[in-house]
Ligand binder design. Structure first.
Ligand code: PSV
Ligand code: MN
Ligand code: MN
Length: 394
């Protein structure tokens, strides 16, 4: 069975694509690498202001990346209101504020779960500092990823660590303003190798449920065991209205942080199909579609542009699924027919549609080419010397 999307369906897809937004991570614009080597690259931003200027280029050429997520203290500045004004001057705004609990010697045995109350207080206080950054920048979301866990059976009490975590999170949640949201990320291993304190979506969800309505789960696509059905998790969290954000990236092996849609574009499509079916693509749905990537060997701005386009293409394909035909096939128990409806949409070349939408918005139809021709890369290479190793330093 072959289906085609109706004219009305295509018009609705175009409307949804016009409204779609993707948030960029500030750290994607700095140098990063593996524990073996960080390769420097000319033109790398020297401070958070330059990272935002680079992120604004991605928005300028794609038209759908209007927010930049900050990581504290990687993006430490004296004046956050000035940073927010700088973002606005560049046509973007500050998105989520990410705390950092993984680069301080005091956190060797944990941060929010540490056995010592003094260390736990330090970790909680860091989030109060992040809430101040939210107030100064207008950000509404505090994002936590916890590196805490243990390496050896018996090293610490699994139960006690969960109790301490619940208490620490409750303190942080209580410090939020009424229009703030807390989003809590999970990861199945690394840096801890025996037990992570938030290894999976279920643990994250349980803590969010205990905190309150403004606590939601972050799904980083690279944070699952190989073979995990991520779209199932998406469907389940959306049902509970507890999907707060995505950290999109690709993985071949573990937390590879490669460009979204590069390794498994079909998985990205399946995820976006769940999003579209549940009608949570809308910007007011409460789900923040963000990238969490590092560009270790490729150029960073075009790396982000490509990633945004990959998410956009997966979204367009998901929007082109013939929902009525799919529903009919599913109800009829037509296994191959239902699968065929999905595959027809996935196999559609949506690039002409997206190019057309860009032209309609006054953008170049080919963002990669347009950026390459813009001269921006040569300009920043000439202007900036001594770029920061973003993510792991200033
Ligand atoms: C951890 O692996 C993570 O996915 C978290 O989101 C961090 O904040 C981010 O990576 C930064 O590298
Ligand atoms: Mn992440
Ligand atoms: Mn990660």
């Amino acid at each position: 069975m072959t289906t085609t999307t109706s004219a009305a369906g295509t018009a609705a897809a175009r409307d949804a694509l016009r409204a779609q937004t993707i948030e960029l991570p500030s750290w994607a614009f700095g140098n990063s690498g593996t524990r073996f080597k960080v390769f420097g690259s000319p033109g790398t931003p020297r401070d958070p202001f330059e990272k935002i200027a680079d992120a604004a280029q991605v928005n300028a050429f794609t038209g759908i990346a209007p927010r930049v997520s900050l990581h504290i203290p990687w993006d430490l500045v004296d004046d956050y209101e000035a940073l927010a004004r700088h973002a606005a001057d560049h046509g973007v705004s500050i998105g989520m504020i990410n705390s950092n609990l993984f680069q301080d010697d005091d956190y060797k045995l944990g941060s929010l779960t540490h056995p010592d109350a003094v260390v736990r207080k330090k970790a909680v206080d860091h989030h109060l500092q992040c809430v101040d950054v939210m107030r100064a920048t207008g950000s509404k979301e505090l994002k936590l990823w916890l590196p805490d866990g243990t390496n050896y059976p018996g090293q610490d009490s699994i139960r006690a660590r969960q109790d301490r975590l619940a208490d620490s999170l409750a303190e942080i949640y209580a410090a939020l303003d009424d229009d703030h949201q807390l989003v809590l990320e999970y990861k199945f291993f690394e840096p801890a190798f025996y037990s992570m304190d938030i290894p999976d979506w279920g643990t994250s969800l349980l803590h969010c449920l205990a905190l309150g309505d403004r606590a939601k789960v972050v799904l980083d696509t690279g944070h699952h065991a190989p073979g995990t059905n991520i779209e199932f998790i998406v469907a389940q969290l959306v049902r509970q209205r507890r999907l707060g954000a995505f950290d999109f990236n690709s993985r071949f092996y573990a937390d590879d942080d490669l460009m979204a849609g590069a390794a498994d574009p079909f998985q990205l499509f399946r995820i976006m199909h769940e999003i579209v079916q549940a009608d949570v693509l809308r910007p007011d749905s409460g789900v923040n579609f963000m990238l969490d990537q590092c560009h270790n060997i490729e150029a960073k701005i075009p790396g982000q542009i490509r990633s945004v386009m990959n998410v956009q293409e997966a979204t367009a394909k998901a929007l082109l699924v013939d929902a009525a035909a799919l529903d009919a096939a599913q109800r009829a128990g037509d296994v191959l027919g239902a699968n065929g409806v999905l595959m027809d949409a996935y196999n559609t070349d949506v690039r002409p549609l997206l190019a057309d939408l860009r032209v309609e918005q006054g953008l170049d139809p080919n963002p990669m080419q347009a950026y390459a021709a813009s001269g921006y890369a040569a300009k920043i290479e000439a202007e900036r010397v001594g770029g920061a190793q973003a993510g792991w330093g200033a």
